[in-house]
Design a binder for this molecule. Structure first.
Ligand SMILES: N[C@@H](CCC(=O)N[C@@H](CS)C(=O)NCC(=O)O)C(=O)O
Length: 207
């Protein structure tokens, strides 16, 4: 049985749990990180030397970095439509995976921590405004990309959706978007939000 280590509220753990469930792979999840701690213990650091969640243990294989875990699952247990085999389509999917990790994360993580985990009197309002403006412009890029296709890499949801829709959920839950401004993004998000496995792992509130 695969072991997913990390708390259910973590965006990066949610990616992995959501894909595991979409691929109907049996797994157990153990609480590490956040209020549960344990992620700085020597035992956990042997699995993920960064002390962050998630980590995936599959027999002798131990994998960390959530997007790498997604690719591992698709390669190990696929083929799956979530990781298209046509190189051009796969590249379209992976562009957005890297974009999430290297671009969207840089404003969404501080925005999330600022709004959800920081008491109002301790917030850096100037920084939050800058991150908000940057995130709005990035969600505008997603909206534009979705103007001529149902999903980011074409007709079907892929790992690109697994990586980005979790942040769109946070964006909408924080009520930082103005409804109607990004109609393609909204249509795309609503299609993903109708998936029971997204609801189960991602639409569980913010904490
Ligand atoms: N790039 C890493 C980031 C991992 C990361 O920052 N995880 C956060 C949770 S989303 C974490 O472990 N925070 C400390 C904690 O939960 O205690 C990945 O995608 O796996």
């Amino acid at each position: 049985m695969l072991r997913l280590l990390g708390r259910a509220s973590s965006a990066n753990v949610q990616k992995v749990a959501w894909l595991l469930d979409e691929m109907e792979i049996a797994f157990t999840r153990e609480n590490y990180g956040g209020e549960f701690g344990g992620n700085r213990s020597a035992e956990y650091l042997r699995l993920n030397p960064n002390g962050v969640v998630p980590a995936l243990v599959d027999g002798d294989a131990v994998i960390w970095e959530s997007n790498t875990i997604l690719r591992y699952l698709a390669n190990r247990y696929g083929p799956t439509p979530f990781y298209p085999e046509v190189p051009e389509v796969r590249a379209a999917c992976e562009c957005w995976m890297d974009w999430q990790l290297g671009t969207l994360n840089l404003c969404m993580t501080p925005l999330y921590i600022g709004h959800v985990r920081t008491p109002p009197d301790q917030r850096d309002e100037g920084a939050l405004e800058r991150h908000h403006a940057r995130a709005a412009s990035l969600f505008g890029i997603l909206d534009e990309a979705l103007s001529d296709r149902p999903f980011l890499a074409g007709s079907n949801p892929t790992l690109a959706e697994i990586c980005t829709a979790i942040f769109a959920y946070r964006w909408y839950e924080l009520a930082l978007d103005t409804r109607g401004v990004n109609p393609n993004l909204r249509r795309w998000f609503d299609a993903i939000a109708s998936r029971p496995k997204f609801q189960k792992h991602v639409m569980i509130g913010l904490s």
